[in-house]
Design a protein around this ligand. Structure first.
Ligand code: ATR
Length: 284
């Protein structure tokens, strides 16, 4: 293993990744002599890139689009959470030279909501339902994270109903079902949490069109979109008094496990880190 601990993020494209700014901030803050780089890796180059990672004694890597699913077949071990989500985002080179993979997105999503609304999380959202909009990779992580938290009921609302139906098996002991997109406003009735995992509301994408009148006034609203930070959904929820949680914290919290494994420090998510990552986002 190289003397100076080294990790990075593999993606294609990868130049817009905020992970180098995030981990770079932590390395500086904790005075660690290590590096975290952005590694552009084409889909067909991933097997070679992972071999090099081992040969060069890197501590590990994050994976982003388009490698999160394909890497599962290229590593030595995939933990149960990642298997359930069906994707990996954090690889750690173990002392015996094998590569272990996990997915920290479910943890990131839940810890972000916990940091902003601790009482709602410890009170299990008043025993009420969680509504998840979307059925892509982020929605899979949300279902797994919320099911593991013990949320009583999970409603997955998606434009393509079959994709939502395909996720209901991930809900563990939670009563999990798919809801038609046309029913999205009524699906909010009696809910304790609303999470948007669709791309709607992101800069350059259409706005998420959803009436909130059925949503209880104390339900937590979380958007995983973080560009802009205050999406139209969060602005509308805030205006009617709902507690809101923006999406940047999910990115920050999901990064903690990788940093801890590679660099040996459990890093903190705080305002300074948020500011550093937002500055990098605005330069990208
Ligand atoms: P990721 O894996 O990052 O979560 P994804 O798989 O591209 O992303 O999923 C994007 C989500 O946004 C999907 O749930 C998608 O709905 P479909 O499954 O029907 O495609 C949703 N989405 C994107 N554009 C949408 C739109 N105009 N209206 C409603 N939902 C939309």
């Amino acid at each position: 293993m190289s003397a100076v601990p080294k990790a990075g993020v593999m993606g294609w494209p990868v130049k817009h990744s905020l992970s180098p700014a995030l981990h770079g901030h932590w390395l500086k803050r904790y005075g660690i002599d290590g590096t975290y780089e952005a590694w552009p890796v084409r889909p067909e180059e991933l097997p070679d890139a992972l071999r090099r990672l081992r040969d060069e004694g890197c501590r590990g890597t994050n994976l982003t689009v388009p490698h999160k699913e394909t890497a599962m077949a290229l590593v030595d071990a995939v933990d149960e959470t990642a298997r359930r989500i069906g994707a990996v985002n954090t690889l750690v080179l173990r002392d015996d030279g094998t590569l272990a993979a996990t997915n920290t997105d479910a943890y990131g999503l839940v810890e972000n909501i916990r940091a902003a609304a601790p009482d709602a999380v410890s009170g299990n959202f008043g025993g009420r339902a969680a509504v998840i909009l979307g059925a892509g990779g982020a929605a899979r992580a949300a279902v797994v994270g919320l099911a593991d938290l013990g949320v009583r009921e999970i409603r997955i609302v998606n434009r393509t109903l079959e994709r939502a139906q395909a996720l209901t098996g991930l809900g563990g002991d939670s009563d999990t079902h798919a809801v038609d997109w046309d029913e999205r406003a009524t699906a909010l009735s009696d809910a304790g949490l609303l999470v948007n995992t669709t791309t709607l509301g992101m800069d350059g994408q259409p706005t998420l069109d959803i009436g909130l009148s059925e949503l209880p006034g104390d339900a937590v609203v979380n958007d995983i979109v973080y560009a802009p930070l205050e999406t139209p959904l969060l602005a509308a929820a805030r205006a009617r008094g709902n507690p809101v949680v923006d999406g940047l914290g999910m990115l920050l919290h999901q990064a903690r496990a990788g940093f801890r494994a590679w660099f040996g420090v459990d890093p903190q998510v705080d305002d300074e880190l948020r500011a550093a990552v937002l500055a990098a986002r605005d330069q990208a």
